[in-house]
Design a protein around this ligand. Sequence first.
Ligand code: LER
Ligand code: MN
Length: 295
Amino acid sequence: MKLSIAIADTHALPSAFVVFRGFDECIPKAASLGFDGVELALKEADEINTSKLARLLSDNGLLVSCISTGQVYADSGLMFTHEDPVKREEVKQIFRELIDLAKDFGKMINIGRVRGNIGDRNKDKVEDLFVEVARELCSYAAKREVTLILEPVNRYEIDFINSVEEGVSLMKKIDMPNMRLMPDIFHMNIEDRAIGAELAKHIDYIRYIHMADSNRLAPGRGHLDFNEVFYHLLKSGYDGWVSAEILPRPDPDEAAKQTAEFLLPLIRKYNADIKTHAGRKGNGAVAQHAGLTNK
Ligand code: LER
Ligand code: MN
């Protein structure tokens, strides 16, 4: 398991939901706190100077965990499920360029609010539009070994795909090996019947996890049970990224530090256990060994 943190560059929209802003300063900071990678919040591929970013990452020994795209929607209102085919083509072109970028940076692109709202439209028709766009982009992405990861988001932000379970049924409908889910445990705390157990149940569809506490502060600052989450992840052999997407409070530096101090010891132990036991799936004893409690 590797730990990442959500960042944007200095020119990002105020609505970009990230901890740090400014690649030049925050990439070295993330590295010195012990993060393994950074999640880049982008609205278009042109924001990135690829050689400069590659140098900054390699100088600091960090990876890009994923490219997140909430800003595509926030900037232009573009969405996968737009009724107008011209608008859908516009969003597809932005995504093709982001996929080209992800080929060299992280190999994963998230789909958050850019899927769009259902509103007063027919749900099945909106879902069909989503499936059509997602399949087309997955075919493009597959040739570049990139995976699209859809994030279930709570009902107070969007009305389409709120729970992990709803996400899984859509994954089954799309039926593309490089279309997977990115659960965010903050949203799961609102929408899903459990957190750890639901993650374990649907682990084959899960490629990436957003971490925050119940109040969207750093893990450990609210009332989510991270032992329960890690217990189920270890039991199911999850060995991917977890990424801190939290409010930058009381300030970005402190929020990042609190995250690292809370999660890194858990992750070190997790990685030692998953290695010892070669991540045997479904082996509850592995998680018991790790001292993580079941709920
Ligand atoms: C994006 O990752 C997310 O979790 C959303 O809540 C942002 O609106
Ligand atoms: Mn999220």
